[in-house]
Design a protein around this ligand. Structure first.
Ligand code: AMP
Length: 204
């Protein structure tokens, strides 16, 4: 079955899943365990992984798992990083780009859905950029925080604080999914409608 994008709706097609996650594995083995499950879920969903190409940390575990379970993995790596460290071996495709900005843009262009798995500042930066771009209409794809054992609760609280203080509208906040299981992601992504493009109040 071929997948097609119709407007903002994800129809039957190869779901391209952009994953942002740690370049480290984290202290608790549960992170590696769930990264492995994420890779299996992507492959079982006939999906394709889009990611930063690194063979390190949770990134490497997700890629390995996708490939092990018969899925495909598309890595996007900046020239400088490709020279310093090799991309994960055996990736279906590797795209070498000029810099980190181009990589983030390509990861957003290619993915049908963006998933933030536990990670560090790089992960936070990537998913935050995706969410902020959605608010100004630069992307129409949904953002998911995979909230393993409440990992992303502090960010959810921070966004709620922004809403309470008038720096984020409730409608945009409600467009984020804080997922507790893989099962809820695809049905939710299929009915996703992007947030209303933000408007501004001119400073008097
Ligand atoms: P962090 O969460 O700070 O560990 O950063 C991981 C995120 O930043 C990933 O989603 C990658 O897209 C990107 N990233 C950071 N370091 C690397 C690396 N060595 N190789 C590939 N991508 C990386």
């Amino acid at each position: 079955m071929e997948e097609q994008h119709s407007g903002n709706r994800i129809e039957q097609k190869t779901l391209k899943v952009t994953v942002y996650c740690g370049a480290a594995t984290g202290k608790d083995p549960k992170y590696a365990d769930w990264a492995d499950r994420l890779g299996k879920w992507i492959a079982d969903s006939r999906g394709e992984l889009v990611f930063g190409a690194g063979g390190v940390g949770l990134m490497g575990i997700v890629a390995k798992s996708v490939l092990k379970h018969g899925g495909s993995a598309h890595g996007i790596i900046p020239q400088a990083l490709a020279e310093r460290e090799r991309p994960y071996e055996g990736l279906t495709t590797v795209e070498v780009v000029h810099d980190m900005d181009e990589r983030k843009r390509r990861m957003m262009e290619l993915g049908d859905v963006y998933i933030a798995f536990p990670g560090g500042p790089g992960t936070v930066e990537e998913i935050t950029e995706a969410f902020s771009w959605a608010r100004i209409g630069l992307t129409s794809k949904p953002c998911v925080f995979f909230n393993l054992d409440g990992y992303w609760d502090p960010i959810r609280t921070m966004y709620q604080r922004m809403v309470d203080n008038g720096f984020l509208n409730q409608g945009s906040f409600d467009k984020l999914l804080f997922a507790n299981s893989f099962d809820e992601i695809i049905p939710w992504a299929r009915q996703y409608v992007p947030p209303t493009v933000r408007t501004y109040t001119r400073t008097q």
